[in-house]
Design a protein around this ligand. Structure first.
Ligand code: ADE
Length: 225
């Protein structure tokens, strides 16, 4: 999968995408993330990317032309399955959307900044708008990093033990069960007996029950339909 990210502050994305699982996914060539500084496509000698909003009001708006020049350049090189805009008024990201995105080949992610982008880009160019939650970030970069991370780890072969993504919270609309590691007893706090039993069926049953219990307690909304 290839993800092209367009941003006025690509530096914000460098660290999250170049460590741990995301780094490995790119090293294994299962995921390619290419950052495009929007300013490279800015207008005039100042490389302008934003301007005052029509109708007045505080805050700048990202202009059509730099964004379109960048997107058109990318589209001339390959076909894209989605052009995503990160925005708090988009569809809230969840595991189902992440699963769907992980099946795509080429995706563009546009990070908003300032007051946002000229609405005409949203109307005519953007195919999907994603929010990572009901709060406002200073820009779309951290949100884009969240999307790349959650989608990237779902690409087959990215995780060492492929089954581990299957047991993540939210797959099957259930939260993940509790996990334990050594020591067996710490400070009098014991690991549940069943996990030490070596009985696979009992362990699977226990984990499923714990998932269900945890979901009922913490996120009953997930069990509604
Ligand atoms: N840009 C600013 N806030 C955002 C959010 N919550 N989700 C996605 N993009 C954003």
């Amino acid at each position: 999968m290839r993800i092209d990210i367009i941003s006025v502050l690509p530096e914000l994305l460098e660290s999250p995408l170049n460590h741990s699982i995301m780094k490995r996914a790119q090293q294994k060539q299962l995921l390619e993330v290419v950052l495009h500084p929007l300013r490279d496509y800015g207008l005039g000698k100042n490389k302008q990317v934003d301007d005052y909003q029509y109708g007045g009001g505080a805050g700048m708006v990202m202009m059509i032309e730099p964004i379109l020049n960048c997107i058109n350049q990318l589209k001339s090189e390959r076909d894209y399955d989605a052009v995503i805009y990160m925005t708090p008024d988009g569809k809230t990201l969840n595991q189902k959307i992440a699963n769907q995105l992980s099946l795509l080949q080429n995706v563009i992610i546009l990070c908003g900044h300032y007051k946002g982008i000229d609405e005409r880009i949203r109307e005519h160019i953007i195919t999907m708008e994603i929010s990572i939650g009901d709060y406002v970030l200073s820009g779309g970069e951290l949100a884009a990093a969240v999307v790349v991370d959650t989608v990237g780890r779902l690409i087959p072969g990215v995780l060492n033990d492929e089954t581990s993504a299957l047991f993540d919270s939210f797959q099957d609309d259930l939260l993940a069960p509790p996990v334990y590691t050594r020591p067996e007893i710490y400070n009098g706090w014991k690991v549940p007996e069943v996990l030490l039993s070596g009985h696979d069926k009992n362990i699977d049953d226990w984990r499923y029950e714990q998932s269900l219990l945890r979901t009922k307690e913490r996120r009953p909304d997930l069990l509604k339909d």
